[in-house]
Design a protein. Sequence first.
Length: 278
Amino acid sequence: MKKNFLVIGNPIDHSLSPKLHNYWIKKYKIDAVYEKKLLNNNEIKDLIFNIREEKICGINVTVPFKKTVIPFLDELSEEAKISQSVNTIYKKDNKIIGENTDIEGFKFSIEKIKLKTKNKKALILGAGGVVPSIIIALKKMQIKKIYLSNRTELKAIELKRNFPEIEIIKWGETLDFDIIINATSIGLKEEDEININYQQISKNKFFYDVIYNPPETNFLKNAKKYGGITKNGKMMFIYQAQKAFFIWHKVVPEVDNEIINLEHSTTIGIATSNTAEN
C-alpha cells in the first residue's frame, strides 16, 4: 500500500520539498508519494489524527506552523524541545513524535564547505522561526559569541530568554563579526536591501542567507562586492530534507548533482521553511 507524506504550510506554493522527496522516493523504489498541502490552524488536529490512523506516514512542517503543531504531539526530540520548533513529524511506538532537522541541515551546510567556526563571532539577523535552530547549530560548532539583531527588538528579547548567552545589538549596527547570517525574509523581493556597512565588515568574512531563491540576494551580492565569502540556504534545505527522509524511510539518500541543481519554476523559497526550510 502506497505511503502518504506531506509538507504543510501557509503559504506553501514555494516549497521544493515534493520535488526533492519524490525524486528520492523514485530513486530508491519506495512505494510512497509526497505532496504539499495549504493548511489553516483549525486543520492541524485532524491532520495529526490522520498520522495516528496511519493514513499519513509523515509530515514536514514549514511556516507558520513549526511551533503551532507542538501541543498536538505526544513527544518531542531533545532538539525540538530546546528550539521549540518542529519541522518533521512521524509515528513511532504508537506515539506522534516531533523532530527538528533544521539544526542538522544548517550545521551540515556549513561543515561541508569546511568553514572554520571554532572561537569565531557570529551575527544573526532576524528572530523568526528558524533562528533558534541556527543558534543551537552554531553552539554545536563551538562559535565563541553569538550576536542577534532584529528590526523588532522585542522579538530579540523574547529569544534571549531561551538563549541568555546571546547578545542583542541594534538593527544595522556593525561590529567585527566573522560570520553574518540573514535569517529574515529580506531578500525575497528583488528590491529588498539590508542596510549594513558591507565595506566595513565584508573582506574575507562569511555571509550566509537562509533564502535560496533567488540564489543570490542583494545581501549576498553586496557582501561579495566588498570581498565577502557567500553562501545561500539551498544546502541547508537539502540536508534537513535528507535527515527527514532517513527518519521516515531508514535510507540515507544521496545528495547528487540533480538534487543540488533542483529548481522551482516560478516561486520563491526560504531554506528553513523555509527557513532553509521546506
